[in-house]
Design a protein around this ligand. Sequence first.
Ligand SMILES: Nc1ncnc2c1ncn2[C@@H]1O[C@H](COP(=O)(O)OP(=O)(O)O)[C@@H](O)[C@H]1O
Ligand SMILES: [Mg+2]
Length: 417
Amino acid sequence: MSTQRDHLIGLLLGAEEDWPTAFEAIAGRLGVLRTPDGTEHRIATERVTIEPFNLRDKARQDLCIDRLAYWYYHPREWLKKAALMDDVYLLNSPFTFQSMEKHSAYCALLRLGMKVPDTVLVPYKHPVDNARWAYTSSKYNQQFDLDAIAETMGYPLFMKPFDGGGWRGVSKVRDSAELNRSYDESGEMLMHLQESIDFDVFARALTIGPETMVMKFRPDEPMHERYAVAHDFLSPAVGAETITISQTVNAFFRWEFNSCEMLVKGDQVYPIDYANACPDVAVTSLHYYFPWAMTALAKWSAFCVVTDRVAKTQVDTGPWFAIADDPALDYAAKLAAYQRLADEHFETERYQEFCATSLAHVDEMVFDYICSTEFKTMLTSTIHQTYPPHEWERFEAHFGGLMRMWIDDTARRHRGG
Ligand SMILES: Nc1ncnc2c1ncn2[C@@H]1O[C@H](COP(=O)(O)OP(=O)(O)O)[C@@H](O)[C@H]1O
Ligand SMILES: [Mg+2]
């Protein structure tokens, strides 16, 4: 008789209903997954609730997809307990996402030799309230000339919070007046001043485990227009570089579910924002790419629980810095070496084999789900929750059209066309 195993995936959610509904529907249709040793695996999902927990309570989940810990302490601490006490696999681990925000990610990629734009961290305009600050400040706070720093870096510049997130407090400054206004308004936010890249293309990559989708992003458009449906908009070499940069960031920091923003000018790739603990996967943002994201999330979660992948919650800089600091390696050689480390970290080969054997039915199953009335109902209800009634018809046509385009393209691909 074959062995049977049950796995539970927990969803720690905030206000989102769209992608969780789709993910639950897809996970529910995975059916029995068979591994080569003859074991039969079943996967269930469950939304995690917030309640008192004893630190000795055993977490029932094998894996947890988290969308809350970035903002709230209670679920964050539950996740840490679940990881430390119960080996629950986390997308993402708050151990590194909390401690390694945008600023650390800039530093890490700089050390690895990536083309992070010139960046300066400026002291607080208004330091957070602390009774001892007056003394510390009068004794140690160096006077500095913000204008002189900006002149050296050259206008235009970006002034933005060191920890980033949702365009809060981001401004483009073109001259001294705008610079000083922006700094005055920063208040208690700690700010970076960053060289502005005059880019040709904005590439935004979503990475889930070893799967990366690089999308053409248009930051000046309204949310529903930001992700363009564009194939081959980067040269093969630049496309490969954007994937390596995205996977390097994630493998280095042990992040599993993250987006990476890169500005491309000619054949140069400049990473500018790549520490997003809670990347946007709303169906009204991703539309055409939404089925890809849900498939990757389902496949990667299934791989992790079925193969008992062991989480690495802490950063191991050694192998990365050995490559970074090797004077014999040029940029291209380093990228190739980082990609190998990333493949090793994410067990890319074993994952692909698992997809080809135990998950061979999933692409077709997701296709059927996207064609179903169940998906259409979810999309319509999301549109109704997101937009005012007078815009419903327009957006139903807009997103309906994009999903039909995905269905047509995918059907053609399945037919081998
Ligand atoms: N160095 C830069 N050069 C050009 N544009 C930039 C630069 N930094 C930020 N931007 C623009 O500002 C937006 C927000 O900045 P970002 O660093 O992504 O902050 P957030 O963490 O809030 O998303 C970017 O998506 C991009 O359009
Ligand atoms: Mg950003």
